[in-house]
Design a protein around this ligand. Structure first.
Ligand code: G16
Length: 568
């Protein structure tokens, strides 16, 4: 794609450019005058916006300059890559030119600008880089009408902490110019090194480092023998970034037959599909797994490869359950055979993993939503595994959630236990009890209405304990705040929690990843210890909690919505 952005920026900056700065003979930096955009506050995971927002002149450049101004990267190594969605190649050329102007010594970039989010994390760590820029809007649709995103990761390979993201945001509000090194687009199709001014640009194979890391965590020989024994699986890459990774691992290294990986070619618009591995958007995979003679294991990943979906014959494993099953069985994989230091889950994630931690005699931490909150716990070796209800699971091997890692974990469990996904799940519930779980999303409600729901709940908190709603009684209610046990930083207002005496919980928060209006998320769960009542439909099992949550929050009164747009 032609490098329209920088060209446009240069054109736009022609009148206001602060001029060319020449240093030595080769380095030619152009400084372009700009003015702040007011809407560059990062959300749960970087800056996500609709593509047309990102296409405004200077929009990408302003945000990238803010990252470069805040992060101290001069003379250091930066990793850059994205999920291949529309604008990926365009944004990468801008980032290369700006990073060169910022005096970065080496930029490691995936071939064709491609790196999955967990692969960026792996490469940052393997190369001792000072940070990374990830281009993705995760599971949001791509293409000219879709979404785009820019995220900054720190030297530990994980999303930069809140303090850094806040500083980047503040910088965007004060920015007056950005700098870039002029030049033609670099050819990112060819592996190897080139120079951009004094900066070395190194194009690397996007899968190599990641696959090598997986080989250190899992017994590939054992998994290959398992697949050779006739066990069949399907992996749906959803026309997103994991296709090349999944083919390299499942088909090439582990010998699964060609065709095991579905939708394996990354496309800029994900083939028009929504690359979100949930029961709605992965419905074909789920249908196939429920049909006679189907493979015994199905899985999918999202746009940038950090989320996962685990599917058995006729069932889908809830992400909160998947985290708990992985924690209970992690010792079956070589890297975790020595046991777990601890586990963590985001607050809205069900408490299933806490029950496993208790049995294992290890600590379970409860963090706010956002993978960035796991970073300190992982760095300090307080936890080995972590996960979220939003289809994310991971370990201390990188500092991002990791879809293919989760699939390899499940494949290991299936190989070692010789049982089906359904049997493993049912046995898990019989041992630990089942936490029925569902998330109700009210998408694209007006921002003020979304805030009214949360503010209304906040006001009700003191009077809620003891209140009877439907057949349930409120035991306690609060607004979740988190004090990071490693650095002492405090994050307030991370969601409203209502606990019921009947072992149920409802949680309310506003999404930080949507790109239009507000999305109200209502997380519902209820514990069931009795194995004879563990096979209900979760909608039925949670009906009373859902009704109580609706009534307490008065969502219909405040938003006009009679029900959620999505039930996950
Ligand atoms: C991101 C974050 C996750 C978070 C999820 C949903 O995931 O990394 O930690 O759970 O968003 O956040 P929210 O509820 O605020 O929309 P991803 O896969 O979208 O990068």
């Amino acid at each position: 794609m032609p490098h329209e952005g920088a060209a446009r920026a240069l054109r736009a900056g022609a009148a206001g450019a602060a001029g060319l700065v020449r240093r030595g003979e080769r380095l030619l930096i152009t400084k372009v005058a700009t003015t702040p955009f007011k809407d560059q506050r990062p959300g749960t995971s970087g800056l996500r916006k609709a593509v047309p927002v990102y296409q405004q002149p200077h929009y990408i450049e302003n945000f990238v300059q803010a990252i470069l101004d805040v992060a101290d990267l001069r003379g250091k190594t930066l990793v850059v890559g994205g999920d291949g969605r529309f604008l990926n190649d365009h944004a990468i050329q801008i980032i290369l030119q700006m990073a060169a102007a910022a005096g970065i010594a080496r930029i490691v970039v995936g071939r064709d600008g491609i790196l999955s989010t967990p692969a960026v994390s792996a490469v940052i760590r393997a190369r001792g880089a000072a940070g990374g820029i990830v281009l993705s809007a995760s599971h949001n649709p791509g293409g000219p009408e879709g979404d785009f995103g820019i995220k900054y990761n720190a030297a530990n390979g994980g999303p930069a902490p809140e303090s850094v993201m806040q500083a980047i945001y503040e910088r965007t509000l004060a920015i007056e110019s950005y700098s870039l090194v002029q030049g033609p687009d670099l050819d990112l199709a060819r592996l190897g090194e080139t120079k951009l001014a004094d900066t070395v640009v190194e194009v690397v194979d996007p899968v190599e480092t990641y696959v090598a890391l997986m080989e250190t965590l899992f017994d590939f020989g054992r998994l290959k023998a398992f697949l050779a024994s006739g066990f069949r699986m399907r992996f749906d890459a959803m026309s997103a970034v994991t296709g090349p990774y999944a083919k390299a691992i499942f088909e090439d290294r582990l010998g699964a037959p060609a065709g095991t990986v579905l939708n394996g070619k990354p496309l800029p618009d994900f083939g028009g599909h929504h690359p979100d591995p949930n029961p709605v958007h992965a419905v074909e995979l789920i249908r196939e797994l429920a049909s006679p003679g189907a493979p015994g294991f199905g899985a999918a990943s999202d746009g940038d490869g950090d989320r996962n979906l685990i599917v058995g014959n006729g069932l889908v494993v809830a992400p909160s359950d998947s985290l708990a099953v992985i924690a209970a069985n992690a010792h079956l994989a070589p890297a975790y055979a020595g046991g777990l230091a601890g586990v963590a889950r985001s607050m809205p994630t069900s408490r299933a993993v806490d029950r496993v931690a208790e049995r294992l005699g290890i600590r379970s931490y409860e963090t706010p939503t956002g993978w960035k909150f796991f970073g300190n716990l992982l760095d300090a070796d307080r936890i080995t595994l972590c996960g979220e209800e939003s289809a994310g699971t991971g370990s201390n091997h990188v500092r991002e959630k990791d879809g293919i890692w989760a699939v390899l974990m499940w494949l290991t469990i299936l190989a070692e236990r010789g049982e089906s996904v359904g049997e493993i799940l049912r046995q898990h519930w019989a041992t630990f009890g089942r936490d029925y779980y569902a998330r109700h999303d009210y998408e694209e409600v007006p921002t003020e209405a979304g805030e009214a729901v949360i503010n209304g709940l906040r006001g009700l908190l003191p009077g809620l304990p003891g209140r009877k709603v439907g057949g349930l009684t409120v035991a306690a209610a609060d607004e979740f705040a988190y004090t990071d046990p490693v650095d002492g930083s405090v994050s307030q207002r991370q969601g409203i929690r209502i606990f019921f005496e009947e072992g149920a919980r409802a949680v309310f928060r506003l999404s930080g990843t949507g790109t239009s209006g507000a999305t109200i998320r209502v997380y519902l769960e209820r514990y069931e210890a009795d194995p004879s009542r563990q096979n209900l439909d979760s909608g039925e099992a949670l009906a009373a909690v859902a009704a109580a949550a609706r009534e307490i929050a008065d969502i219909q009164g405040k938003t006009g919505r009679a029900g959620p747009t999505v039930i996950a």
